[in-house]
Design a protein around this ligand. Structure first.
Ligand SMILES: [Zn+2]
Length: 492
């Protein structure tokens, strides 16, 4: 049987965060607005109206291009992409054809500890379309559709990646990295669930060692990173079966169906010339001054790879922990805020970077997954987490009590000390109290004592365990161990 190599290229649409739409002054925040309230003659596509380019959107696409190592075109222009569809108010979309603003960049991703460089062909500017709602008439059962034009004209940035991706996991990592960059730049919310970040995948396979591409299939309708991963896996598998059975791949657009976990044929794929692109006559070509690009470059914030490297080099975190904490800028901010609060209260520490990372990733990560609440949006503030870690370091509480405390704090938002008091979690360090408990454990377990006397030192551990049980884990284990051995030795 022939072995095949998958060839995958992604096209990602991201809505840009701007006050107004791409070519008119209507507000761009369409999510919470009344249907058809953010509209004007321009975005309704009425004849005789003229579009105006949104400077803020251009600035944000340049920021993205720079972060993706792209060249920024000094001369760029807009083009009409013509196609008939009810969500397209003008009958064409103002997009960019042969002169995109950003071109020839790359994105480095890490998969299984290895860095892969994925080429980026272009990032260009276009506009979003209206939203259609498909309904059924109650009595007759006839289908009809409603149109909400609020989204039409919202700035949309399309990034076209080169077909350098070879596995579904690489595709997922590439998407995660790209979204993370957009969030760090503050140019897009990057939410696949809300539709501000959408991905189409071009998937083909070819016999291993062959350089020509196979026939590609475009896959749409994936609403999560997981869906992208599953759809690509499915498509590779499907195409392999078709070829192995002597069939041929049809060039087409397929849709991912989440419920059944498969892709289905939607339509034969359009070629670019079906869109009859031509230069947009209502907008002048755009000249991007290199001095403006330099100004934007100077103001770029720290990007995920830089922050990750800083967390590894300056804070000594493992690559895994640094990657987890820097995936979202807000989580990285949360973590750094824990460090600041801790240092402010306790002075410099060699251990806080690692312990705060462990608490954030392991315990808070678990609580966040269970409650479906982002860590930084939970009631647990960085200041309170810093206080909790201080209490552990001062041995006021043990680590199992700390886990109980943090679980409560994640929901209540109360401080660490208040939670420890309320739940009675403070560690018992009083030697008299622990000594009494040790004494009781020794008298209650004569066979363990006999074992110890016979030279079995593990018997002492059993007795320590008994004391911890009686004190519900609150006794300081090192004091318990010390007193048990002391009392056993005294019996010799
Ligand atoms: Zn408008």
């Amino acid at each position: 049987m022939t072995e095949y190599e998958p060839v995958i290229g992604l096209e990602v649409h991201a809505q840009l965060i701007t006050n107004s739409k791409m070519y008119c002054s209507c507000p761009a925040d369409y999510q919470s607005a009344e249907p058809n309230s953010h509209v004007c003659p321009v975005c309704l596509g009425l004849p005789g109206t003229l579009p105006v380019i949104n400077r803020e959107a251009i600035k944000k696409i340049i920021m993205t291009g720079l972060a993706l190592n792209c060249g920024i075109a000094e001369q760029t222009k807009f083009d009409r992409k013509n196609y008939p569809y009810p969500d397209l108010m003008k009958g064409y979309q103002i997009s960019q054809f042969d002169l995109p603003i950003c071109h020839d960049g790359y994105l480095d991703i890490e998969v299984d500890g290895e860095t892969r460089r994925i080429g980026i062909e272009r990032v260009h500017m276009e506009e979003d379309v209206a939203k259609l709602f498909h309904r059924t008439e109650a009595g007759s059962g006839k289908g009809y559709s409603l149109v909400d034009v609020n989204r039409a004209g919202v700035p949309l940035m399309e990034m076209v990646g080169r077909p350098d991706i070879r596995t579904a996991e690489e595709a997922r990592q590439y998407l995660i990295s790209y979204r993370s960059i957009l969030q760090y730049l503050g140019v897009s919310t990057g939410s696949m669930e809300e539709g501000s970040f959408r991905c189409d995948a071009n998937v083909s396979i070819r016999p291993k060692g062959v350089s020509e591409f196979g026939t590609k299939v475009e896959v749409k309708n994936m609403n999560s990173f997981r869906a992208v991963f599953r759809a690509i896996e499915f498509e590779i598998d499907r195409q392999t079966k078709v070829l192995n059975q002597g069939g041929r791949i049809v060039q087409e657009t397929r849709g991912w169906v989440e419920a059944t976990g498969e892709t289905i044929s939607l339509r034969s794929k359009e070629e670019a010339n079906d869109y009859r692109f031509f230069p947009e006559p209502d907008l002048p070509p755009l000249t991007v001054a290199p001095s403006w690009v330099a100004e934007i470059a100077a103001l770029l914030p720290e990007l995920p790879t830089e922050r990750r490297a800083r967390f590894e080099d300056k804070l000594g975190l493992s690559p895994y922990n640094a990657g987890q904490l820097t995936a979202s800028p807000r989580l990285a901010d949360y973590y750094e805020s824990v460090l600041e609060h801790y240092t402010k209260a306790n002075g410099a520490s060699d251990t806080i970077a690692k312990s705060a990372a462990n608490w954030t990733i392991t315990e808070l990560g678990r609580l966040s997954n269970e409650a479906h609440v982002a860590i930084e949006e939970s009631p647990l503030t960085p200041e309170h987490l810093a206080e909790l870690i201080s209490l552990i370091d001062k041995q006021t509480i043990g680590s199992s009590q700390a886990k109980t405390a943090v679980e409560s704090m994640f929901n209540t938002g109360k401080s660490a000390s208040a939670t420890v008091d309320e739940l009675g979690l403070a560690q018992i360090t009083d030697s008299d109290a622990i000594g009494d408990a040790a004494n009781e454990a020794i008298s209650a377990n004569p066979s363990a004592v006999a074992d110890y006397m016979a030279g079995k030192e593990t018997a002492a551990k059993f007795l320590v365990g008994q004391v911890m049980k009686v004190t519900r884990g609150k006794a300081n284990p090192s004091i318990v161990s010390e007193l048990i051995v002391e009392q056993l030795e005294a019996l010799k």
